[in-house]
Ligand binder design. Structure first.
Ligand SMILES: [Cu+2]
Length: 698
């Protein structure tokens, strides 16, 4: 098992080495990789700074789980003040499916830091980007998606040709192309960025994130890219001068009839037609309300506002949605400090309990805590929510939407949920998907002298007084394909490499890019059918002609083969075929690339029936548990996922680095990168359902 794991690692390493350089075809050589942060600056911050400075520096240097190590590049220190002032972000466009509340799976498109071969750190909302005033900022958009996109920088000051408006300041960035936005960060404040292509729908599909410009300070170290949004632990120097905590809060309202389109159709032409011509956004009816990409009850776990008495917490509020948010804080009266990134003069600062935040607007709030009876009414768990009533629900069922809570120190339970006076009984109900399908009474049936089972028995069948009602009810249409399940299902091993010394050797050149696509496709390989002998060493030479990355993978082969190539570049790696006549499925591992054409097959010897796991779009009937052993690469508790470098999981997946959903996410508590773990996977949901640490790094 161990050797296979290592063999896979070597292949992955080869694949990564092959794709290590980013080359942007249309831009000058200055976009080549440059060294990361100057080591002198590091030493300086360590020597001069205290514990906080060191923690901030570590946050700045910390790799983003699942991202390419060059997804964020910190380049030169232009003003000599000990921190990098040239920041280069590399973003892709990834289709994701998120469980926004229990049982509700919704498809989104997000900007995501450039991923690696095996995992993508794609999350909703698009990442929070942070730079300093005066920084030279570059954001390269690699359009890995099947529709055109751009990036518009909202509220910041940039040259006109960097404004990201299609057909007005630039051409749309077509699939397979890259474009670099370059600007100098102006006035400090809370801004955002979003796609401006078909902007009645693309931003609310998820192509939007917060952009924060921090005031310039010497040795100002902080994490420059935070996947999603939420608590900002590495606060900048100026924020630390006034605040003890900081949060980015991104509100969105969605109409699931829009978001179901990419899940319901596979042909990109049909997605275009349904989304941009059939779907009438003037008739939209928002029914799901998100805070940082989730709805209640997940918001309680993912986005609680954690405070202590007598602190001031900075809340950066952004409304990406299409309706006004009326943000209400129970028990607290925050003060508005900035509107749309610009400071409100001290005399004009307003303190209230409900703040209106219109579409596109940002409101920065100072939330004072304590027990002064004026700004704050004392410790506890205080609800914080959009007071527009429908937003308090998930498709009309309360509690839901963007409900979260201000949670004082000592009021967070061991299970990662705020303590409830009833001992969490209240929360448990809301984690049951049936609750939001309307199948469970919202009150205790005992109130009416009955039980859940007997609830709908005994009431009169005659029409009600005043005639029949015609309620507007939630759409209980048939379930959508579960796109989030494909990843694991497609990686079941169907054959092992020949364990003997290969009997022969061959080289196959594969071209990858948009130019090889056929009608109705966007990306493709050429050729699509590869031939090799049994027990043969095959060297794949992958010529990527696009400006984005492609990742040729034979997921059913154990050890798995993957070759990730970034930009117009050629790389190669080898594998050994099985000693068996068979046909194996191959695809590009980047989400949605196979759906739009990028797949093929490897015929070994005389070939056989195509051995590929079917595209799994509903829960599998596979009730089997699978067991694996591996090393923790990273945990992303807010996304409820674990990235683990695992050995063979017999019958389920070859050795590889993989991101798994974890149920419940509290299993991630206390895990550290480097821990050796034993885990079990539920075959039906492909989720990790138990974790045992065998060897801890701590
Ligand atoms: Cu691809």
């Amino acid at each position: 098992m161990k050797t296979r794991g290592h063999a896979a690692l070597i292949l992955i390493a080869a694949a990564l080495l092959g794709g290590a350089g980013i080359v942007v075809a249309h831009d000058p050589a200055d976009l080549q990789f440059l060294p990361k942060l100057d080591r002198f600056a590091l030493a300086e911050a360590y020597r001069r700074g205290g514990e906080v400075e060191r923690a901030n520096l570590e946050a700045e240097m910390l790799p983003i789980p699942g991202a390419d190590e060059n997804a964020v590049q910190l380049i030169r220190d232009l003003d000599g003040d000990g921190d990098a002032d040239e920041i280069h972000f590399h973003l892709e466009v990834i289709e994701v499916q998120e469980e926004v509340y229990p049982g509700e799976f919704v498809t989104f498109w997000v900007f995501a830091p450039m991923g690696t071969s095996m995992t993508s750190p794609a999350r909703l909302p698009s990442p929070t980007l942070r730079v300093e005033e005066g920084d030279v900022v570059e954001i390269t958009l690699y359009n890995t998606h099947y529709l055109p996109h751009t990036i518009h920088l909202h509220g910041t000051s940039q040259p006109n040709n960097m404004d990201g408006v299609p057909h007005m300041t630039q051409d749309e960035v077509a699939p397979g192309k890259a474009f670099t936005y370059r600007f100098v960060a102006g006035a400090p404040g809370t801004y955002w960025y979003h796609c401006h292509v078909q902007d009645q729908v693309h931003p609310i599909m998820g192509l939007a994130g917060m952009l924060i410009i921090e005031p310039n300070r010497a040795h100002n170290h902080f994490a420059h890219l935070i996947p999603g949004a939420g608590r900002i632990t590495s606060m900048s120097k100026s924020t630390r001068e006034e605040y003890q905590n900081e949060y980015s809060l991104v509100y969105m309202d969605i109409d699931d009839r829009l978001n179901r389109i990419p899940a319901a159709y596979t042909d990109p032409r049909e997605v275009e037609k349904r989304m941009h011509r059939d779907y009438d956004s003037t008739q939209r009816k928002p029914d799901i309300f998100l805070l940082n990409g989730r709805s209640f009850p997940f918001t309680l776990r993912d986005s609680p506002i954690l405070v202590k008495p007598d602190e001031t917490t900075k809340l950066r509020v952004l409304n990406v949605g299409a309706r006004t948010v009326y943000l209400h804080t129970h028990g607290h009266h925050p003060t508005v400090t900035d509107l749309d990134g610009y400071p409100v003069p001290k005399d004009a600062r307003i303190t209230r309990d409900t703040f209106d935040v219109g579409p596109g607007q940002r409101v920065d709030l100072a939330l004072r805590t304590g027990n002064d009876g004026f700004y704050a009414a004392g410790p506890g768990v205080w609800l914080m929510h959009d007071h527009a009533q429908p937003a308090a629900s998930n498709k009309g069922i309360n509690p839901g939407g963007d409900h979260t809570a201000i949670v004082y120190d000592g009021f967070m339970g061991e299970d990662g949920l705020p303590k409830d006076p009833s001992g969490h009984a209240g929360h448990e109900l809301y984690f049951n998907p049936d609750y939001y399908k309307g199948k469970i009474p919202v009150f205790d049936p005992a109130i009416f002298g009955t039980t859940v089972e007997n609830y709908e028995k005994g009431w009169p069948l005659t029409p009600p007084a005043g005639g029949a009602f015609n309620y507007p009810v939630r759409d209980e249409a048939s379930a959508l394909p579960r796109l989030d399940l494909i990843d694991t299902e497609r990686h079941r091993p169907v054959a092992s490499s020949c364990p003997q010394r290969p009997r022969s050797k061959r080289q196959i050149v594969v071209k990858a890019g948009r130019q090889y696509a056929r009608p109705g496709e966007v990306f493709a390989f050429e050729p699509r059918e590869l031939h090799a002998g049994r027990c043969e060493e095959v060297e794949i030479v992958l010529e990527n002609t696009d400006e984005i990355r492609h990742d040729l993978m034979i997921p059913g082969l154990n050890p798995v083969f993957a070759l990730n190539v970034v930009g117009p570049k050629t790389a190669s790696a080898s594998f050994v075929t099985p000693d068996e006549d068979m046909t194996l499925f191959l695809h590009c591992h980047i989400p949605a690339h196979d759906k739009v054409g990028m797949m093929g097959k490897l015929v070994v010897g005389k070939g056989g029936e195509l051995k590929a796991a079917p595209q799994l779009t509903t829960l599998s009937k596979d009730r089997k548990p699978y067991r694996g052993v591996g090393t923790v690469v990273a945990t992303t508790p807010r996304a409820g996922r674990l990235i683990v470098n695992h050995g063979d999981i017999p019958g389920f997946m070859a050795a590889m680095e993989m991101s798994f959903p974890v149920t419940p996410p509290s299993l991630l508590n206390g895990l550290n990168a480097g821990d050796k773990i034993r885990f079990s996977i539920d075959g039906a949901s492909s989720a990790i359902v138990s974790i045992e640490v065998i060897e801890s790094v701590k």
